[in-house]
Design a binder for this molecule. Structure first.
Ligand code: HEM
Length: 411
């Protein structure tokens, strides 16, 4: 039965929709009445079968698509955005060099290499340094006399430092990477006055920086992850271009996502004081996963059907775009009891905030969970009486469920 409550022209990739709120009532309606629904887009893009996409909103269907890469390809771009006539085909071609936009067997080859940098041992090796960073960040914020912005003072810093530590970016260069990464994500938001050209230029700067790093390590190997990934020019390692695009991916994938999980998590605690009290007392190990479910920092990713196939009772045709709405799947009552309740003791918590479990499942999950744990432990110790002074200001983005400002006061 068609979904009656959604008006004509309704588009889940409209940045203005997410600018105000996550469309949870609409998701609930879609899950109930039309869980795989065709959303037409007037400005399509050449090469796709039709101008529009299938919105997949149920947990089971999002999982199914994610775990069947042979039916649903990633190579025609995975960021589901509101395509318009300004987006060039070339921009999509370039994105194929990014891990997220690869299909097996190429994806399998590159993923096997890069995951050497994300072994439990390499993440554990960062823990003490990241804990010290988290404590220093919380102590500096506590020292503020008046209200301050939790996003810039607390949530931004640790994710950036974690990636920089992981790939060994020297301290002096870290703010450059941070700045470039912000510009790539924020161009949908007019407040930042960042054009698509500036966004693309920032991506190019990150790639060039990383390629330089790779070239240096080839000349002069060191005991670090860059050397491990690029040292020998053979099938078992990345070439400099691949390394450049990998670092670009980390700068976006590891930065904005974790920052927004931390910010939404803090906002959830401040608006659910009982959960904050519980966290301060008991520090449940299930907290970070519930924060990611609740926040769902990545609203959606997209796949493209490789053949005609049935999904959730509809026929998806070869070439159709398919949008995976994690934000909806994470509130699916078929899977979660009281899905709209923020409960840091939720267990099990099979949320899809890190993806639907297929080959692209988030490579940085353990690092992200560690960062979230460390920062909330540090904040709870340093600022147990933290208070909200203003409502959050949301990022205008169709893709990232972001907060650009969260004004708080230490006590
Ligand atoms: C992929 C979410 C943190 C690196 C993904 C995907 C999602 C996601 C939804 C796509 C999964 C799919 O298509 O099935 C998140 C969230 C994070 C987070 C919510 C924080 C709370 C990180 C961190 C890093 C990272 C800290 C690394 C430093 C990656 C990479 C991929 C990925 C490399 C691509 C994997 C592939 O294509 O094989 N992430 N992520 N992520 N993430 Fe994360």
């Amino acid at each position: 039965m068609p979904c009656p409550a959604l008006p004509d022209g309704f588009d889940l990739t409209d940045p203005d929709l997410l600018h105000h709120r996550v469309p949870l009532p609409e998701f609930a309606e879609l899950r109930r009445t039309e869980p795989v629904r065709w959303i037409p887009q007037p400005h399509g893009i050449a090469g796709f079968a039709d101008a529009g996409y299938w919105a997949v909103t149920r947990h089971a269907d999002v999982k199914y698509v994610s775990t069947h890469p042979e039916l649903f390809s990633s190579s025609l771009n995975t960021a589901i955005i509101r395509f318009n006539e300004h987006i060039e085909r070339d921009a999509i071609e370039a994105q194929r060099l990014i891990l997220l936009n690869m299909d097996p067997p190429e994806h399998t080859r590159v993923r096997q290499i890069v995951q050497r940098g994300f072994t439990p041992r390499s993440i554990r090796a960062l823990e003490d340094r990241l804990r010290a960073r988290a404590e220093a960040i919380a102590a500096a914020a506590r020292a503020r006399s008046g209200p301050f912005d939790f996003v810039t003072e607390v949530a931004c810093e640790l994710p950036l430092q974690a990636i920089a530590e992981l790939i060994g970016v020297p301290q002096d260069d870290r703010s450059k990477i941070f700045d470039w990464s912000n510009k790539m994500i924020a161009y949908d938001d007019p407040e930042y006055a960042i054009t698509e050209e500036v966004g693309a230029q920032s991506a190019a700067e990150i790639i060039a920086y990383a390629m330089n790093m790779a070239a240096e390590r080839k000349r002069c190997p060191a005991h670090d992850i860059v050397t491990t990934l690029v040292a020998a020019e053979d099938e078992g390692n990345l070439n400099s271009d691949e390394f450049g695009f990998f670092v670009l991916m980390l700068a976006v994938a590891g930065n904005e996502t974790t920052r927004n999980a931390i910010t939404h998590g803090m906002h959830a605690f401040l608006t659910h004081p009982g959960q904050w009290d519980l966290f301060r007392r008991e520090r449940p190990s299930t907290t970070a996963e519930e924060i990611v479910r609740w926040a769902t920092p990545v609203n959606s990713f997209q796949r493209t059907a490789t053949q005609d196939t049935e999904l959730g009772g509809v026929l998806v045709r070869k070439g159709d775009r398919v949008g995976l709405f994690y934000a909806s799947a994470n509130h699916d009552p078929e899977v979660f009891t009281d899905p709209d309740t923020f409960d840091i003791t939720r267990d099990p918590n099979p949320h899809l905030g890190f993806g639907g479990g297929g080959p692209h499942y988030c490579l940085g999950k353990s690092l992200a969970v560690l960062e979230i744990d460390l920062i909330f432990n540090a904040v709870a110790d340093a600022m147990p009486g933290l208070r909200l002074t203003d409502p959050p200001r949301r990022l205008r983005s169709a893709w990232i469920n972001g907060v650009k400002e969260l004004r708080v006061r230490a006590g």
